[in-house]
Design a protein around this ligand. Structure first.
Ligand code: NAP
Ligand code: G4F
Length: 321
């Protein structure tokens, strides 16, 4: 039986990936950090079918112990400080978890079973930052624009370096933005769909938002975790861009979400400088052709379908559907 260990199992992607691995018959283990209030909201429905281990990406001995105890066949390193604005407020913490945490995980693998464990690193389109070409491909040079993007670029290259230095099976998935009803409410898609539901049900008056001209290549998280799994099923380790191949503005996102519940967004949306960033990533558009050709991956849910799914979920939560 294959054994998967997921760091960040309690996050958006971790929860979808755990479901996918269970479906495929894996023994699923998850690494979670200690918190004074244990909230496993995204994985509550599967906690009886997975095994959780307490460790922290900032603590090498705790993660090495988990890797030694579980001896997984595959590790998916999804844990990170993943919210871009927080990375300006807490740049060192972001570097410790999102950059050095990757080296700690790789060291735990190297010291336990360098040849027997396949390793997936959750890299990000934020590494392209001030984009050097459009669409962005595996070979596009990185120009990160936030401490988060810089940390992810480190995580990407250390993964490539362990592959080349120790012939370990390490891959990096350069994933573009992917969303769902499990997305944290601080990210723009969920912030918008949650606000639409609350406005529609009379619980909120307005939506305060930052840069509406920013463009993102958005997809559905459930589709993207399939690509992670496919990368670890290949004979040779390689890196892949995973994207929808379409880009949309934040304004388009807002329009679709409000329109879906029959509201005119212009009456409710207020631009607020508090949500502008010190340096912005203006445009992300990925070229997923390598993933399509080699992995046979393609997304199933399109952008309008994703936004409507999220609005419907939030509306139901607010008792409005
Ligand atoms: P997420 O919802 O923020 O989940 C991140 C997870 O990491 C959480 O479960 C968090 O634990 C855990 N974590 C944070 N610090 C930790 C530490 N020191 N030790 C152990 N665990 C820690 O992120 P996501 O959207 O699922 O993304 C998954 C990964 O893909 C992240 O690495 C992210 O940077 C990357 N990525 C995401 C996207 C996207 O669009 N979603 C795109 C490209 C790359 P708590 O639950 O305790 O906070
Ligand atoms: O939803 P966001 O916060 O996501 P961002 O910064 O693109 O990062 C996400 O995707 C990355 C992949 O490219 C991941 F690596 C990362 O972990 C994370 O999952 O912001 C998207 C865009 C930005 O341009 C931002 O300036 O939306 C713009 N925006 C406008 N108003 C806003 C807001 N973003 C947020 N969070 N809140 C606003 O009010």
């Amino acid at each position: 039986m294959k054994k998967g260990l997921i760091t960040g199992i309690n996050g958006q992607d971790g929860s979808y990936l755990a479901e996918l691995l269970l479906e495929k018959g894996y023994e699923v283990h998850g690494l979670v950090r200690r918190s004074s209030t244990e909230t496993f909201e995204r994985i509550n429905h599967i906690t009886d079918r997975i095994k959780l281990h307490q460790a922290d990406l900032n603590d090498l001995s705790s993660i090495t112990e988990v890797v030694r105890e579980v001896r997984p066949t595959e590790i998916y390193n999804l844990a990170a400080q993943s919210f871009v604005p927080t990375s300006w407020k807490q740049p060192l913490l972001t570097g410790d978890i999102t950059a050095m945490g990757v080296t700690r995980m790789l060291e735990a693998v190297r010291q336990t079973d360098a040849k027997g464990i396949k390793f997936y690193q959750a890299s990000s389109s934020e590494m392209f930052g001030k984009v050097q070409e459009t669409p962005q491909r595996e070979e596009t040079p990185f120009y990160p624009r936030s401490p988060y993007g810089v940390a992810k670029a480190y995580g990407h290259f250390i993964t490539v370096n362990y592959r080349e230095s120790y012939q370990m099976f390490c891959v990096s998935g350069i994933l573009f933005n992917h969303e769902s009803e499990r997305r944290g409410k601080e990210f723009v898609t969920r912030k918008v769909t949650d606000a639409v539901a609350r406005i529609k049900t009379g619980k909120q008056k307005e939506l305060r938002i930052g840069n509406m001209d920013a463009k993102r290549d958005w997809g559905f998280a459930g589709d993207y975790v399939r690509a992670m799994w496919l990368m670890l099923q290949q004979d040779t380790p390689d890196d892949f861009v995973v994207a929808s191949g379409e880009t949309h503005t934040v304004k388009e996102l807002i329009e679709i979400a409000f329109d879906h519940v029959g509201l005119d967004w212009k009456k409710f949306v207020v631009q607020d400088p508090a949500f502008m960033r010190p340096a912005e990533v203006d445009l992300l558009l990925g070229d997923p052709s390598k993933a399509s050709r080699i992995l046979g991956w393609k997304p199933e849910l399109d952008f309008p379908g994703l936004v409507k799914r999220m609005v419907d979920f939030d509306l139901k939560r607010q008792g409005g559907a």
